[in-house]
Design a binder for this molecule. Structure first.
Ligand SMILES: [Zn+2]
Length: 303
């Protein structure tokens, strides 16, 4: 076993029984040939990294060349960065429009994994009271400079704080203490609050095509690989129920494009896969989507 790694039970059902789902590698570590095992729980079908990096070595895997999820206006940008920023701004407006269907009046919003705070900055424009959580010191400082209250951990937020909206954009697959985090989220969510979670979808069409080269496996940074079925099982444990889900076009394009680069597939085969992914997602079912945005609310009658 890789030094600092740990074997875990299924984070959803606690079972120790699992089968190998895939063996894969770190897409940024060209020198290092470490193989990682992604397993599928025999009891509940949850797919997760096992063994996984222990909390002490986890940070090493984020400190690699090429891994920079924090493109910000504050530093010099390449043309590619500018293009990416334009797309991201478009994505921010789509997210806002979708969430507005559930919560239109200004209130309190918490973005867990807020990075440099762009999503919350957009909400400030609509007079929302914004709070973020960000583990990265540099990103947190940038977010704080936007007048956003930012905590370094969700566990640092007082339980008396209650939010109308809690969002996690591609964060839940990274969280080491998964159950404790979901439990804390439930505490922080108002009874009529809405929880919005975007994660890659392990049952996506493109995940099946690219297999170990599907970019959203992102081992060993992604610890869990959710399906529509397993994410519901996780939240049901905490009396949180799914009320809706949808796809985001840009997330689909992004995953397909980066997977093509990783797998070094030719342009024609990339084109067919992308076309298949979009047709299956938009014409058949969003259960084929590369990633999904889930909407949850608290289940109150069980208390
Ligand atoms: Zn399980």
């Amino acid at each position: 076993m890789i030094q600092g790694f740990e074997i875990i039970k299924c984070p959803i059902c606690g079972s120790e029984k699992h089968d190998l789902h895939l063996k894969t590698f770190d897409r940024f570590a060209e020198e290092c040939k470490d193989e990682f095992e992604i397993v599928k729980c025999s009891e509940c079908n949850f797919i997760f990294l096992n063994p996984r990096p222990g909390i002490d070595v986890l940070g090493n895997y984020y400190d690699v060349d090429g891994y920079d999820p924090f493109i910000s206006e504050d530093k010099e940008q390449s043309l590619r960065d500018k293009f990416y920023m334009a797309l991201r701004n478009y994505n921010l407006s789509v997210k806002h429009r979708k969430i507005k269907k559930y919560k239109s009046k200004p209130g309190k919003i918490l973005d867990i994994g807020c990075a440099t705070g762009e999503f919350l900055e957009n909400y400030q424009k609509y007079f929302w009271q914004c709070t973020g959580v960000e583990v990265d010191d540099g990103a947190r400082t940038i977010a704080k400079n936007k007048n956003i209250k930012v905590f370094s951990s969700v566990h640092g937020i007082p339980e008396t704080e209650k939010f109308d909206i809690i969002t996690m954009w591609h964060v839940l697959e990274h969280v080491h203490d998964l159950n404790e985090t979901v439990e804390k989220i439930r505490t922080l969510l108002k009874d009529d609050g809405i929880l919005v979670i975007a994660v890659p979808n392990i049952e996506a069409y493109d995940a099946k095509i690219y297999k170990q080269e599907w970019v959203a496996l992102d081992t060993p940074r992604h610890l869990y690989h959710y399906s529509i079925e397993t994410i519901q099982k996780l939240f049901r444990k905490y009396n949180i129920k799914l009320i809706n889900k949808h796809t985001l076009l840009l997330d689909n394009l992004y995953n397909n494009l980066l997977s093509k680069q990783l797998a070094k597939t030719g342009f024609i085969s990339f084109g067919w896969t992308l076309l298949g992914s979009l047709l299956k997602t938009y014409l058949v079912s969003n259960k084929n989507s590369s990633s999904l945005v889930y909407y949850f609310t608290k289940e109150l009658n069980n208390e």
